[in-house]
Design a protein. Structure first.
Length: 229
């Protein structure tokens, strides 16, 4: 019965996490506003603001309408008709939206697997490349975007009109939370680090099962295995 439940969960998970792996690339053309390329159906996790709860580390809970903004990496809520972001993030334990759970750990991590260990994913649009046009029509591409990180200030980002083409890509990063610890990037190195007593078993599993650490489905299955060592 337990095995059947696990398989059923994997089938349900597969729909959402397979979609998460599809690359979304958006080019904002020079002289146009960023917001014009990110309508709500692209910008937000849900079709509309949805019933949920903000649960603080002190145990207090606040109900409201929430939605996760992929462009800003913010959990937003509605108050008196205004769309706002949660400011005091250090006080957040988690946010539930519909049946989904988001933990806050240097960004919002959507829970994928919830057992003795937890596995989640963080999704956000990042500027992948800046494309400049030279004086003779040549194209110059710049992937060194550190100076552009400061422009993603809440609210102001939408109305920016860049002088170059900005190429955005939707990134999905996966994280694992061992029992009693925070979230860490879900990598082979971290798995061995936090499960040292099971090192040989883990290596044997990986030899028999090709685990793609960029696949949500593979990591959910791997998480179940780790949880039952």
């Amino acid at each position: 019965m337990r095995k059947f439940f696990f398989i059923l969960c994997l089938i349900i998970f597969s729909f959402g996490y397979l979609r998460a792996q599809v690359a979304t690339i958006i080019t904002v053309k020079a002289g146009t506003r960023v917001i014009d390329y990110f309508p709500p159906e692209i910008r937000y996790r849900y079709r509309g603001f949805t019933d949920g709860q903000l649960i603080l580390r002190n145990g207090r809970a606040n109900s409201g309408l929430f939605n996760y903004n992929f462009l800003l990496g913010e959990m937003e809520f509605i108050r008196s008709g205004d769309t706002l972001a949660i400011i005091d993030k250090k006080s957040i334990r988690l946010v539930t939206v519909d049946r989904d759970t988001f933990f806050y750990d240097n960004g919002y991590i959507e829970l994928m697997y919830n057992g003795g260990i937890k596995t989640g994913m963080k999704q956000i649009f990042r500027i992948r490349e800046i494309v400049r046009k030279g004086g003779f029509g040549e194209t110059n591409r710049n992937s060194a975007l550190e100076t552009y990180n400061l422009i993603a200030l809440y609210g102001n980002f939408y109305v920016i009109v860049p002088n170059e083409d900005w190429i955005f890509e939707k990134w999905t990063d996966f994280f694992i939370s061992p029992p009693g610890k925070g979230f860490f990037p879900f990598t082979m190195k971290n798995v061995i680090k936090y499960f040292p007593l099971n090192k040989d078993q883990i290596k044997n599993y990986l030899k028999s099962n090709k685990v793609d650490f960029a696949s949500g489905n593979d990591l959910v299955k791997f998480s179940w295995y780790l949880d039952h060592l």
